[in-house]
Write a protein that binds this ligand. Structure first.
Ligand code: SAM
Ligand code: SF4
Length: 332
């Protein structure tokens, strides 16, 4: 375990069609009540215990993490936790960018290292159709620039590619960020959760993304920067920057996964495609000691056997999909 991702809210101001489709997450959708979600003290305690086990990277996600009240204070509380070797944790945050321009400086001052911003298209009509709340591209770009200026770069920009929806935007997206320090990462549309109507036909394989870009702007492969890295990295041959592809459907990377996920209500999942989490909130609220919490974490991690992405094509288990947790709950 090197990397822990924590969902800090299940709420979001977007309704991305592949994540929180409006038909499911409508006006009357019941989000978790406040007392069921982890408090800042509980989150910080978990981070401290995980750091004791060698975790060096923490990523805050959701839902939309910038919607969580007091998020800047949470970053600063986590920032005070040392790694097992006494260094500083690498704290990152994944956001839809909608309020990033407002928060960037405060987040940096609180100790945030980097942000990843999601943007599915440079074209307003397509982006608005995908976020499904008519949110404009320009505002996300403003957030990206503000984050870069605040020192939260290099910024990764995530684009989920869905066939027939935004696949024609692959090259325009690459071009928008070519020649900047930002790194676009093209993500295969995944079958997380049970509500996004996923079909294999909707997946645009990363190999195709690379072909499209390489045909106009030749690419050269780069070494991965860390062992558990999910993205394959590529550089423009002419030195105009870097892109990445995340191929969790066509090239699963379960084997090198070093990532634990904590849902908004404190369940630890050892896989994004998990159906059952381990209830750390119950342990903490029942008054367990730090030692007990630490052993529980170690046991769960040692006994994990998830490798969903490597088995999904050999066994399409419809009944299992129904139980799978949603991305906004577990954190992407
Ligand atoms: N709201 C924040 C955001 O959108 O960046 C953070 C949470 S979101 C669940 C994290 C990432 O997961 C985003 O980059 C999003 O595009 C990605 N994501 C959500 N559903 C996905 C799916 N079905 N397949 C691939 N990526 C997905
Ligand atoms: Fe919200 Fe992020 Fe999911 Fe889009 S991908 S609905 S922004 S949580």
């Amino acid at each position: 375990m090197r990397d822990i991702r924590i969902s800090v809210t299940d709420r979001c101001n977007f309704r991305c069609i592949y994540c929180m489709p409006k038909e499911v997450f409508g006006r009357d959708h019941a989000f978790l009540p406040r007392d069921e979600i982890l408090s800042f003290e509980e989150i910080t305690r978990l981070v401290r215990i995980a750091a004791g086990h060698g975790v060096t990277k923490v990523r805050l996600t959701g839902g939309e993490p910038l919607l969580r009240k007091g998020i800047v204070d949470l970053v600063s509380m986590i920032g005070d936790v040392p790694t097992s070797t006494g260094g500083a944790l690498d704290i990152a945050l994944t956001t839809n960018g909608s309020t990033l321009a407002r928060f960037a400086v405060a987040l940096k001052d609180a100790g945030l290292s980097r942000v990843t911003v999601s943007l599915d298209s440079p074209d307003d009509a397509t982006f608005q159709a995908m976020n499904d709340v008519r949110f404009p591209v320009a505002e996300v770009l403003r957030g990206i620039e503000a984050a870069q200026e605040a020192g939260l770069g290099p910024i990764k920009v995530n684009m989920v590619v869905k066939r027939g929806m935004n696949d024609r935007d692959i090259l325009p997206m690459a071009r928008l960020f070519r020649g900047t320090p930002h790194i676009v990462r093209f993500i295969e549309f995944m079958d997380v959760g049970a509500t996004n109507g996923w079909r294999l036909d909707d997946v645009v394989p990363s190999a195709e993304v690379l072909r499209v870009i390489d045909a106009t702007h030749p690419l050269v492969a780069l070494e991965s920067s860390s062992p558990g890295e999910t993205a394959n990295r590529w550089a423009y041959a002419d030195g105009a920057g870097e892109i990445g592809v995340i191929s969790s459907v066509t090239q699963p990377f379960c084997r090198t996964c070093s990532r634990a996920r904590v849902s908004v209500d404190g369940k630890l999942y050892t896989c994004l495609f998990g159906t059952r989490g381990h209830d750390l909130r119950a342990l903490m609220r029942d008054g367990c000691t730090d030692d007990e919490l630490s052993s529980a974490l170690a046991d769960i991690w040692r006994n994990r056997s998830d490798r969903y992405s490597e088995t999904r094509t050999t066994a399409v288990r419809v009944e299992q999909r129904v139980d799978r947790v949603e991305m906004s709950y577990i954190g992407g």
